[in-house]
Structure formats: C-alpha cells, structure tokens
Design a protein. Structure first.
Length: 562
C-alpha cells in the first residue's frame, strides 16, 4: 500500500514483488556501490547493506532524515538535489547503481538531476528509478467525477511538480542519453490507492466504475499501474524491445458472433485491437447466413480498419450452434497461436503477451489458460455496462479441466495451433454447450497445459438474457455428460504416435502388431472405467504424480518388449 500520509519513512520489505522498494532491491547486485539520491531515512540503504553487502551513499535535503540514515551506518550527505554539484560533493566517485526512488516527480528540472547521475555511473552502471504513474485508473475516475484532490503522499502528493506516464518516462530518459533496459510495475486495483482514503461523494464509485467500463475500459495496459520501476542505462536511442520483449509468434483470435450482437462484437474486437502482442489477426466467424447481419459486420470491420487485421468467415446453419463456427475458425487460422472468443467477451491488453510468453518459453506446452472475471450487467447503446464482477482464478491445477468445466472460460485460453492441427483436436459439434471445454478436454488428454491464475479476460453476461438459445443449465448437463463419455480414455497407455517413435525404423508390420496390443490395452481399460482405478488415477493427475508413474510404465514396457 502507499506510504502513510506525510512521511516517507516506512518499512521496506525486499521480498515483496509488488512494492517499488522490492523491485529496486531485485535490480541491485551483490556488493554493488550504490548512490541513493533522496535516501530519506536510509531504510532501503540499510537493507541493501545487510542483505546485499552493498556500500551505500545517501543524499537528501532533510537533515533529520540524513541523521537517521547515518545512525543506520550509512554514509549520508545533506544536499539540495536541485542545485548541488553532486560530482564535487562526492569526491568524483563513480557508482554501479544510482537509485532515484520517488524523487524525479518532486523536481522542477528532473532532467538536470538525471544528467548529473549519468556522469556518476561506473562502467556498466545503471540508474534505477521508481516513478508514479499518473494514468492509474483512480486518477482517471477522479477526473471523470470532476475532482483532482492533492494528498500528503502518493500519486497526487501535494509536493509533486511533474506527472508521468511510461511514454513520458521513456522520452525523459532519451533526452538524457539513457535507454530503458527494463520496465517493471507496481500495481494497485481500482479504488485501491491513497486517493480513495478520503470519503468519496455518495454513489460516486459505482458511477465512476461505469465510466471506466465504457470509456477507459481495457485500452490502456497501465490502468492499474501505481508505479513504474525502470532501469536506465547510458546508450543511444532506446528501442521498444529494450522496454518490452514481446513473445515471438503470430496470434489468430477467432471471434464468433450471431445476428443481433453487433455491439457485443464491437467490444470484443476493440479488446483484440488493444492487445500488446505485436502480430494479431481477428477471424470473425458469423454464425448463420443472415445477409443483413453480415453487412453490419463488414461495416464494423471497415470502421476498425487500421486498428487490427480482420478476416470474415460465414458459417451457414443454426446461429446458436457455436461448435461449427469455432471449428471453421480453427481450420482457417494460420497463426502460431490461436484463441477462441465470444462476441461481447473481452481480452485484457496483456492477455497475449502473458500466455504467448509461457508457450514460447516452454515448447512442451500445447495450451495456457488464464484466470478471468465474470461480469454481469446490462447493454446500452454505447456498449456493455458492468454492475457486478466476480474474479475466477481459473483451474487450481492445470489438468482439473479434465474433470469439471466450471473453472474454465474458453476465451481465456491460448492454444498452440500446430498441436491442435496435428491431433485434429476440434470442438465437439454434437453438443450445444461447453464447446470450448470439449476442445480443451480432448487436448488435455495427450498434451501439457499450463494454468496461469492472473485474470486475463472478461466473460460478460447480460441480466435476464441467455447467451445462446441452448445455454440453459439442462443443456450444459447434457453436454457435460456427452463430452465426458466421448473423451473417457485416459493417458495410461502409449499412443500410436508414441509407438512409432519407440520403434523408429522397424518395419510397418511390427508397428501394426504393437498397435494391436495398444487396442487390446484400451479394451481392457474399458473394464476399469467403472472401478476405483479411475478415481485413483484422477487423483494422481491432479497432484502430478501420474508423470513419474507413466514414465516407469514406459520404461518397464520398453524392457519387456526389448
């Protein structure tokens, strides 16, 4: 949380990743020589000495704070950062790291201090700065309510003379001959900063939250960023890659829609356009062949031209049947990754960067599932207005999706397309609900899936309106039973592909014999499905113990056959 009002002398928890001091601590190497500009009471410096073995020199205007820093064993100097020649003050020493924590926003000429700091860096040194983010949603909500209230400390500290967003920080660094080597964030949720420690006007937060939903929404990836913590290194022009390292690979977002849902489709496509991933295409699949609605969709995509690449597919048939539309989108996808989104549901800007990053980092994964937020509300002419929100963190264990569909939202899952195509994994077209779950369950039987608890998407429902004409609870129960029946085989025997890999270059007849053995094993498995073995195995899969068990089975099988 923000510091107590009126003081910057507060405890430092170096192990807390969501505080500026915690992030700064991680960016200081063991044994570094450190200059802390605006050291206050020396609390951070004392932790660096104790935990990192650093030598720390502090500078601050407050004589009492400097005295307290000296009491902690630090070398500390009383000096005005606005006017002092730091090079002369410090005896022309050079430092591995220079900390500028919550200082620049208090200065009339912050670039003067940064320029001095650059000259004090040792070879390979860097400046580590924490800077408040003025585009936090709480500030935007205050402005929407015609308010700008200064407080003793925090985002609207009454002594702040400068206000920054990330592009502004990047520009300031560039003008001082610096580049942003890394950017990390401290985040606080809406209504979670010191701004709301004051009593807001009656009825103000709900009204402001509606403004957030309809105007600010999900187009600014830094809405909940309280502070940016940046590492700045001497260098020429900074590149975007120096600040953000986007995951490699292209992403196709399959967005299914049906007549009468053009406003919902607009919300979904705007969220796709706001994704921070560098290469995104939206595949809009229109369920049913209503020519008037197809024209509406074409007009909308023309309006969005330049924001995101869009292709339109039309799938004839009953508009309420989603599975054929999902499969048509998967067949048309050409990206490295693919996700499935309903019209009206939205993706958060960092959805693609988080999940594509996980899939890029671990090629063994075939899919990654994020958490999601269930929003209930109403539709107005300008779009969806949320009235309640409930956070769903997603499956507690990656393979829980095999057992229950309730923890899975199809719009928060990203798939590796090559794995879907290799196994011809598609949604079950015989069901009228839980189509996303049928696809994910089929994939999970044979592939690794990662669960990320962070909410990355919103599932939106309108009060008193079913999402589809087949969206009743009875239809869900029927679909769940049918999907479980069709995907009941467990991963306890080798697949034919694994058999081929084991026998490598042997004759096809040998492969056929082994395939017959596989078929017999599957027939024996049918007899076990009603026994306690199935329940035991499910428990093993939830804990992850099934992996060494299966590895041992493979080893024993190989020795016997060998």
């Amino acid at each position: 949380m923000p510091p107590s009002a009126g003081t910057y002398d507060f405890a430092v928890d170096p192990d807390d990743p969501n505080t500026s001091y915690g992030v700064i601590f991680r960016n200081i190497g063991d044994g570094s020589s450190v200059l802390d500009l605006g050291c206050a009471y020396g609390t951070l410096g004392a932790v660096l000495v104790e935990r990192r073995g650093c030598s720390v020199t502090g500078v601050d205007l407050d004589e009492d704070a400097v005295a307290a820093a000296r009491d902690k064993g630090l070398e500390a100097h009383v000096a005005d950062l606005r006017t002092t020649d730091l090079d002369a003050l410090l005896g022309h020493r050079r430092f591995d790291r220079i900390i500028v924590a919550d200082v620049l926003e208090h200065l009339v000429e912050p670039e003067r201090l940064l320029a001095q700091a650059v000259s004090l860096l040792a070879e390979g040194g860097a400046i580590v700065a924490s800077i408040p983010n003025i585009s936090h949603i709480d500030v935007q909500l205050m402005l929407a309510g015609d308010r700008w209230d200064y407080v003793p400390a925090g985002l609207l500290d009454r002594t702040h003379l400068r206000f920054y967003t990330l592009p502004g920080i990047r520009g300031m660094a560039r003008r001082c001959g610096l580049r942003l080597a890394s950017v990390e964030q401290v985040r606080l949720p809406p209504l979670g900063t010191e701004i709301w420690q004051q009593e807001p006007p009656p009825g103000c937060p709900p009204r402001m939250l509606r403004v957030w939903e309809t105007l600010a929404g999900h187009r600014n990836p830094h809405l909940t960023v309280y502070q940016h913590v940046v590492v700045m290194e001497p260098g020429g022009e900074p590149t975007e890659d120096a600040v953000v390292e986007p995951a490699a690979g292209t992403l196709d977002v399959v967005v299914t829609t049906a007549p009468g849902r053009i406003t919902r489709l607009r919300d979904a496509l705007y969220s796709v356009a706001a994704l921070t991933h560098p290469a995104v295409t939206a595949l809009v699949v229109v369920r049913g062949d209503d020519p008037a609605y197809v024209e509406e969709v074409r007009a909308l995509t023309t309006h969005l031209c330049g924001l995101v690449d869009i292709r339109i597919l039309v799938v004839p048939g009953a508009p309420h049947r989603r599975a054929p539309a999902l499969n048509a989108g998967l067949d048309a996808a050409r990206g490295d990754f693919v996700c499935l989104l309903d019209d009206g549901d939205v993706l958060y800007p960092h959805f693609a960067s988080v999940l594509a990053g996980e899939l890029t980092a671990d090629p063994r994964l075939s899919a990654a599932s994020g958490g999601w937020v269930h929003c209930r509300g109403r539709m107005e002419t300008h779009g969806f207005v949320a009235e309640t929100k409930e956070v769903a963190p997603g499956p507690s264990a990656p393979l829980d999706v095999l057992l229950e569909p309730d923890g899975v939202h199809g719009g928060s899952v990203m798939y590796r397309r090559a794995d879907l195509d290799a196994g011809r994994v598609r949604a079950d077209e015989t069901v009228e609900a839980l189509e996303d779950w049928s696809l994910l369950r089929r994939l999970c039987r044979w592939h690794e899936v990662l669960s990320v608890p962070e909410p990355l998407a919103e599932h939106r429902t309108v009060d008193g309106e079913e999402r589809t004409c087949a969206g009743s609870e009875a239809a869900r129960r029927r679909a769940q039973a049918a999907i479980c029946e069709s995907t009941a085989e467990l991963q306890v025997v080798l697949t034919e592909a694994e058999l081929r890999a084991l026998v490598g270059g042997v004759e096809r007849g040998h492969v056929a014999a082994l395939s017959d053995e596989l078929a017999e094993a599957r027939r024996q498995l049918e007899a076990l499905r009603a026994s306690p073995v199935l329940r035991i195995y499910r428990a093993l899969r939830q804990t992850g113990i099934h992996r060494p068990v299966r590895a041992a089975y493979r080893l024993a099988r190989g020795r016997r056959d060998g």
